[in-house]
Design a protein around this ligand. Structure first.
Ligand code: HEC
Ligand code: HEC
Ligand code: HEC
Ligand code: HEC
Ligand code: HEC
Length: 280
């Protein structure tokens, strides 16, 4: 009560000072709706069916727009202690064993958007992973008005498409394609845990996409091979590896190895760096 009276007072004061009281009164009718949208969130149903959850609006959505309603995604933190008394700090999972892993236990979203390592090497946005979903059935093509089955922005019972997102950084290391003697865990000693022994000259045109920080990645990889391995087999949620595009690099052999036949030669266009395209 008190605050709203105060607000009215301030509004009146501002109106009077700039001498546009009448104008404000005139335009009130039109400006009411957008103002309400900005100040108080829409009702639940309207929010669920916010155009921002669907294509095409989600493609150009900015993180702030999503966070206006989903602040908790970056705010909430895991418990320090489980209900049974296990300290989360003492419970490190297999995917938290890479030497680049630092800090307290954190949530999935924060590990991709807010942790120091995430910010150092990546620049992920909400709509990198979230490309539209179906609030009713979580299934593409379940009715005439939802995303059709040809839409690969999300897959059945999921809100994202893991194959076009997670797999990029959580697949197996394709060591067979590198003619390594065995998996990295066995062969890394021989190469001093240093990918750049080979990759200073091989497949050097890499990471030219808007969700990675290519220079920072090279610097991190120079210091510690685990920085590279982390995204290329060190935290594998999959038994397969991502079919990386194979960008032509200087001194690339003319012969294409069998495994590489049919691979794209450029990154997915939706991640193209604007400046790289503009330069051409
Ligand atoms: C106007 C508020 C609002 C905005 C803006 C908004 N959301 Fe939501 N979102 C909601 C509400 C409400 C729900 C339903 C939550 C529930 O049922 O628990 C929801 C649900 C979701 C879900 C879960 C969907 C499901 O099937 O369960 C995801 C993922 C999501 N939003 C992502 C986003 C992203 C990404 C953006 C920005 C592109 C965004 N939202 C913008 C309000 C919003
Ligand atoms: C690295 C990929 C990725 C990024 C980046 C990402 N999300 Fe998510 N998000 C997911 C996945 C995966 C889920 C779980 C989906 C499911 O259950 O099917 C999820 C779930 C959600 C949900 C549902 C509630 C919950 O917490 O499980 C909301 C809301 C949401 N994300 C909002 C956002 C917003 C807002 C941003 C940007 C600030 C964002 N996400 C960035 C992958 C991502
Ligand atoms: C662009 C690369 C990239 C993509 C895409 C990506 N991740 Fe990650 N993921 C990382 C990195 C890097 C870390 C380690 C972050 C750290 O150590 O702070 C990580 C960590 C994780 C963790 C461990 C979190 C923890 O508590 O330690 C999980 C789980 C995970 N990712 C799941 C997923 C899923 C599921 C998706 C797809 C929706 C996904 N990631 C997409 C790079 C990626
Ligand atoms: C002994 C040399 C050598 C070492 C060490 C090495 N690689 Fe490779 N890597 C190669 C060769 C050779 C290729 C295939 C080049 C081509 O496309 O013809 C390759 C290809 C790749 C590819 C693309 C695979 C594909 O399927 O398109 C990735 C990703 C990669 N390496 C990452 C790494 C990472 C990360 C490390 C360190 C953890 C590493 N490599 C260590 C030689 C090496
Ligand atoms: C944050 C995750 C991340 C880190 C760290 C990372 N990579 Fe990658 N790497 C990727 C992703 C994602 C792609 C596929 C990008 C695309 O679609 O063009 C990729 C592609 C590649 C490729 C294929 C290049 C081509 O032809 O397009 C090579 C080789 C490679 N990485 C090597 C490395 C090496 C060496 C390091 C360490 C210096 C490293 N990566 C660190 C995520 C990562």
């Amino acid at each position: 009560m008190k605050t709203s009276t105060l607000m009215l007072g301030i509004a009146a004061l501002v109106g009077a000072t700039v001498g546009v009281g009448a104008w404000v009164a005139n335009t009130r009718q039109e400006s009411k709706a957008p103002q309400q949208a900005a100040e108080s969130p829409p009702d639940y149903q309207r929010a669920v069916y916010s155009p921002l959850h669907f294509k095409p609006a989600i493609e150009s959505a900015r993180d702030e727009q999503c966070l206006a309603c989903h602040k908790e995604v970056l705010d909430s933190r895991p418990r320090a202690t489980s209900p049974a008394g296990v300290h989360s700090q003492d419970a490190k999972a297999w995917y938290q064993q890479t030497s680049t892993y630092t800090g307290e236990q954190d949530t999935f979203h924060r590990r991709h958007l807010s942790t120091p390592f995430a910010k150092q090497v990546m620049d992920l946005k909400c709509n990198f992973c979230h490309q539209g979903h179906d609030p009713r059935d979580e299934a593409p093509g379940s009715s005439a008005t939802v995303a059709p089955q040809t839409d690969n922005g999300f897959t059945l019972r999921k809100q994202v498409n893991p194959e076009t997102t997670c797999l990029k950084c959580h697949g197996q290391m394709p060591w067979q394609n590198m003619a390594l003697p065995g998996p990295w865990s066995e062969s890394k000693e021989a190469f001093q845990n240093n990918c750049l022994i080979c990759h200073a000259n091989i497949r050097t045109v890499r990471h030219q996409v808007n969700y990675l920080k290519p220079e920072a990645i090279e610097a991190a990889g120079k210091e510690n091979g685990d920085a590279c391995y982390g995204c290329h087999g060190g935290r594998p949620w999959y038994r397969i590896s991502y079919p990386y595009p194979r960008h032509a690099w200087p001194d690339m052999p003319a012969e294409t190895p069998d495994w590489a036949k049919g691979r794209p030669t450029a990154s997915e266009s939706r991640f193209a760096i604007p400046s790289a395209t503009a330069k051409k």
